[in-house]
Write a new protein. Structure first.
Length: 132
């Protein structure tokens, strides 16, 4: 991973200011910043300096499509060790169902992912609460 330190930035800016035809170098510098520096910002939990907060949220937000062809037959919820019975098969987080990975089991639904930033949800239809 390349970290852009202030000395590197100064060298890039000095090299750009010394040339007559600066446009291709400015485009290169912008591309370098966008593809090399932005992942460093995001990995550190910092926001992308090239996007507005609304644009950044739209890029990272995932929509959950409701799956109607699968049914939750039963669900046991306990943080860290939840189980669900989907179409007669007992599953837990991390297992695969119909080509989708179970990423979360909560009291009202099972959340699945296809691994390409698309999430799907199977909602509990009838809730019968037992205990606490």
């Amino acid at each position: 991973m390349i970290l852009l330190r202030p000395a590197w930035l100064r060298r890039i800016l000095l090299a750009l200011s010394a040339k007559e035809n600066k446009l291709p170098d400015i485009i290169f510098a912008a591309a370098f910043l966008a593809f090399m520096v932005c992942p460093v910002f995001m990995a550190r939990g910092m926001r992308n300096p090239f996007l507005t907060p609304a644009e950044e949220e739209a890029l990272t937000a995932t929509t959950r499509e409701v799956i109607d062809y699968m049914k939750i037959n039963g669900l046991f919820y306990a943080p860290g060790r939840s189980y669900a019975v989907v179409d007669g098969r007992m599953i837990r987080e991390g297992e695969a169902v119909d080509g989708l990975t179970v990423i979360e089991i909560n009291p009202g639904a099972v959340v699945l992912s296809d691994g390409y930033n698309h999430e799907f949800i199977i909602k509990v239809k009838n809730v019968i609460s037992v205990g606490g």
